[in-house]
Design a binder for this molecule. Structure first.
Ligand SMILES: [Ca+2]
Length: 126
């Protein structure tokens, strides 16, 4: 005997989400050097005035965790060049960086942003 339900309830929640995630993955970054510094120039733009963060993956090509290197929180260019990648973040020459608007699971803010520079400066001492 098969019992077939006479009613089926379906709850649909339609809510807009305006979250942003952009990933940048390098490959073949030279491992010769002393420091690998993440260099970023960014703006958030009005309307929205939504800050976003630049995060660095903690290993692997699909990082399961991220560390925030910088927060872009200005309507004019902000320049950052103080975050050195750790060995785990360098990921054998294949670091992964993402732009994330950090609004959690429900993001109702529509923002815009500009990324003028995103690069890794490899530094060798003497
Ligand atoms: Ca957003």
């Amino acid at each position: 005997m098969i019992e077939i339900p006479s009613k089926i309830r379906v709850d649909v929640h339609l809510r807009a989400r305006y979250s942003l995630e952009i990933r940048f993955a390098w490959s073949g970054v030279s491992l010769t050097g002393n420091q690998w510094v993440l260099n970023v120039t960014c703006q958030r733009l009005s309307p929205g005035a939504e800050n976003f963060v630049v995060q660095v993956g903690q290993g692997g090509s699909e990082p399961s965790s991220w560390v925030t290197a910088y927060t872009c929180s200005s309507d004019t260019d902000q320049m950052f060049n103080t975050y050195p990648l750790s060995a785990v973040e360098l990921n054998n020459g294949a670091p992964v960086v993402r732009i994330w608007d950090a609004q959690g699971s429900l993001d109702l803010t529509q923002g815009t942003m500009v990324l003028n520079v995103l690069r890794i400066d490899r530094i060798e001492y003497g």
